[in-house]
Design a binder for this molecule. Structure first.
Ligand code: TRP
Length: 344
């Protein structure tokens, strides 16, 4: 069996925050660098900038390129290595649109209307009606994944329905259109859920998110992290420093669970419950841990930000590589479907 391919992506919404890091980016880097005992890579990794998908919730494209570059710098700062992982914009590889069109015939609109992630989004954004393209969000995502024959798709929980739809489309295509030589054109990709797929926002809301303004950015330096942390919501029943706290309801403790080492975590929990650790000190510990984790990212960020021409050429290079893979898959698709038959 060959190396498994990982395909994942994000929408370019600008600078990334800690939720993106713990929910996706950190895992991407780990999977990119994972090797067998013989030193071979476990996965081939491809990461996509879903700029078309952005249009589903915003038609304002004025900042799309600056947001793309901001996100790319965050990826590189986090340790994505463009030599190992092609990085590319969906909009630059025309095969995404082509495969999306074909896939849109292989799924019913009622199936897409049942998508819980879509329902959640419509509710959260108070959308009165839906565009045709937005309904097709998972179909485009299926094209993203299957153009590169992704076997594994690391995603947060909210994306599970989309990977399921991708599997259904792959099965349907393979059944309808066996390729004369290779049989199944597409693999049935498996989702890989990340443990910290949702990081609570600083305000205690369920999710860290740009639109809620409750984030710590990957670009935030130690002072900024501390400043934001000071306003973080804790256990509302712990009013005075020495009141006993309830870590299970505390936002800051949920960060400790991710960023403190196990011994430190146990100590924090004990001291908080006993009332011997006040929130101010607790937040200071938490900020230091987060900034410690972000320090190497800040370092790499400085390098890339001083070399934006390099960042742009990384993107063009990734797009050239992606184009080759996508073009090859589309040839197989056309051959399997007998589209563009050469015999008259
Ligand atoms: N829908 C994903 C999100 O909002 C982004 C995305 C687009 C994606 N295409 C993808 C994720 C392909 C994984 C694979 O997070």
């Amino acid at each position: 069996m060959g190396t498994l391919r990982i395909l994942s992506g994000m929408r370019p919404t600008g600078k990334l925050h800690l939720g993106h890091y713990t929910g996706a980016l950190e895992n991407w880097v780990e999977q990119q660098n994972q090797v067998t005992e013989e030193g071979a890579r476990v996965y081939e990794t491809c990461f996509l900038i879903a700029d078309y998908h952005n249009l589903t919730t915003s038609l304002d494209t004025r900042d799309i390129f600056s947001h793309t570059l901001d996100m790319l710098v965050d990826w590189l700062a986090a340790g994505i290595d463009p030599e190992k992982s092609p990085l590319f914009r969906q909009s630059q590889i025309k095969e995404h649109a082509e495969l999306f069109l074909i896939f849109s015939m292989l799924i019913t609109s009622s199936r897409l209307e049942r998508n819980p992630t879509l329902k959640e989004q419509v509710r959260d954004l108070n959308m009165e009606s839906l565009t045709y393209g937005h309904l097709g969000y998972p179909v485009l995502q299926a094209a993203d994944i299957l153009l590169y024959k992704g076997n594994v798709v690391p995603v947060g929980e909210d994306q599970l329905p989309h990977v399921e739809i991708t599997r259904e489309i792959a099965r349907r295509f393979n059944n309808l259109y066996p390729h004369p030589h290779i049989g199944d054109v597409f693999p049935e990709p498996a989702p890989k859920i990340t443990k910290f797929s949702r990081l609570v926002g600083l305000d205690g809301k369920a999710k860290m998110s740009k639109s809620l303004g409750n984030t710590i950015l990957l670009a935030d330096g130690p002072e900024e992290v501390l400043k934001k942390m000071r306003n973080a919501v804790t256990d509302t029943e712990k009013i005075r420093k020495n009141d006993p706290g309830h870590p299970e309801v505390c936002t800051v403790f949920s960060y400790h669970e991710k960023f403190a080492n196990p011994d430190q975590l146990a100590q924090i929990e004990e001291d908080c419950r006993a009332g011997s650790l006040g929130c101010v000190d607790c937040k200071r510990i938490c900020s230091a841990n987060i900034s410690g984790e972000l320090a190497p990212l800040l370092e790499r960020r400085r390098y890339y930000e001083a070399n934006m021409d390099l960042v742009k050429s990384i993107l063009l290079d990734g797009e050239a590589k992606a184009e080759v893979i996508a073009g090859h898959t589309m040839q197989e698709v056309r051959a399997a479907m007998k589209l563009g038959e050469k015999r008259w």
